[in-house]
Design a protein around this ligand. Structure first.
Ligand SMILES: [Zn+2]
Length: 402
């Protein structure tokens, strides 16, 4: 039996796998490569532990540290599939599957179908990969400083703890050599209310598996696709927008940037420069704010999600029921699977979610159905695989109840 590593600091919520391994390795004065070698893994330059760790590594780390494999899995981007992205392996139809299901700013007829080869939602292409971190988190910790896995993605603009802008830095994360001189470290800049609201929702999706919008509680998977849809609509060409360009132009004007963040030729968001990604996310935050406060009306079918909450001042109703500490995405997924093993209705709901955006992909539906059957004999004979897939209905019902 392999003995546990005697030093293994607990991971912080949302921490990247490499961040945690750096902190473990630092306790022994060795590198992450040496640490991985100790449990039988030789990491090469192409291994991206924060994207998709090698097969079996997570289980070995769980044995060495006592931290559950579910929790360790959630420290890499692959741990957020199929909610943040459908698959870490790019697929030929991944772009249209992910982005063309919802519409917010633009009417559906204005959404041009596109095929983007080797595309993954939110994961920047290697050429534009960058490092950002929270300057306040760096100030409040010691080297090697912990960092979050989502900071490697163009998904959030601010730190979920300090609500200040994430700042670009050169070199690998964790040490921030260039910031060691206090005069060269950036001052924390508080993000605007619109950005904080957008990022709070993204953080809720990442950590609790749901997002509370003004009128609706939606599933995390829906939130990530909703946000990516708004990002895509703000990057649509003016000819694509047609008469609806009035709406996107006004959002860009409010953001104070040229339309489409100054992009001339269309590129997917993930292949744009850090500056354009940042400006587009800022415009997305503003778009959501003006939809919510009623200053603009979205022309897309799903814009109703951002309608303001009706005035309930005459009826205070029941107090909100809180559920204590939010679940991690992995815990929420684990609970959903366990519930589905016992409850055919829950199994049907989970099946609907897993196939929601790919109902036309027979191969995908078949694969999910087989996976369901293989996980539990209790699902055999249930109508999980035969239920008709329905689009989400935003009629005031929680999405988790579709
Ligand atoms: Zn911070």
């Amino acid at each position: 039996m392999t003995a546990r590593w005697p030093i293994h600091p607990r991971p912080i919520p949302g921490e990247a796998l490499t961040s945690w391994l750096h902190r473990i390795a630092d306790g022994y004065g060795i590198t992450v490569d040496d640490l991985a070698f100790d449990i039988g893994y030789s990491l090469d330059r192409d291994t991206d532990l924060d994207l998709a760790p090698p097969e079996g590594l997570i289980e070995q780390l769980a044995i060495q540290t006592g931290v559950s494999s579910d929790r360790i899995h959630g420290m890499s981007i692959s741990g957020y599939t199929p909610w943040l992205l459908d698959d870490v392996e790019p697929g030929p139809d991944a772009f249209s599957t992910y982005i063309r299901q919802l519409t917010v700013l633009l009417p559906e007829r204005n959404r041009r179908r596109r095929t983007v080869s080797s595309w993954r939602a939110w994961v920047p292409t290697a050429a534009v990969r960058h490092h950002r971190t929270c300057p306040q988190c760096v100030r409040d910790s010691t080297s090697p400083h912990p960092y979050l896995v989502v900071w490697s993605l163009p998904l959030m603009l601010s730190c979920p703890v300090h609500h200040c802008w994430l700042e670009h830095h050169d070199g690998p994360p964790g040490h921030y050599y260039a910031w060691r001189d206090p005069s060269s470290a950036p001052e924390p800049q508080r993000a605007s209310l619109a950005i904080r609201r957008m990022d709070d929702r993204t953080w809720q999706a990442l950590t609790a598996g749901v997002v509370d919008l003004p009128r609706h509680r939606i599933h995390a998977g829906t939130w990530f696709r909703l946000l990516r849809t708004v990002v895509d609509e703000l990057g649509a060409t003016m000819s694509e927008c047609g008469a609806a360009q009035r709406l996107t132009r006004e959002v860009w004007q409010r953001a104070g940037y040229p339309v489409r963040a100054g992009q001339a030729m269309w590129r997917p968001f993930e292949a744009q420069t850090l500056q354009r990604q940042t400006r587009t996310l800022e415009a997305a935050a503003i778009a959501m704010r003006v939809l919510e406060n009623g200053h603009l009306t979205g022309l897309g079918r799903d814009a109703a999600l951002f309608l303001p909450e009706p005035d309930t001042s005459l009826d205070p109703g029941k107090p909100l029921v809180t559920t204590g500490c939010p679940k991690s995405l992995n815990e929420a997924l684990h609970d959903a699977v366990e519930d589905a093993k016992q409850n055919p209705d829950s199994a049907r709901q989970l099946f609907n979610l897993m196939t929601l955006y790919r109902s036309d992909d027979d191969e995908h539906v078949h694969r999910v159905r087989n996976d369901f059957v293989s996980r539990s004999g209790k699902w055999r004979g249930s109508r999980v695989g035969n239920c008709r897939l329905r689009r989400l209905r935003f009629s005031g019902e929680p999405v988790t109840s579709v």
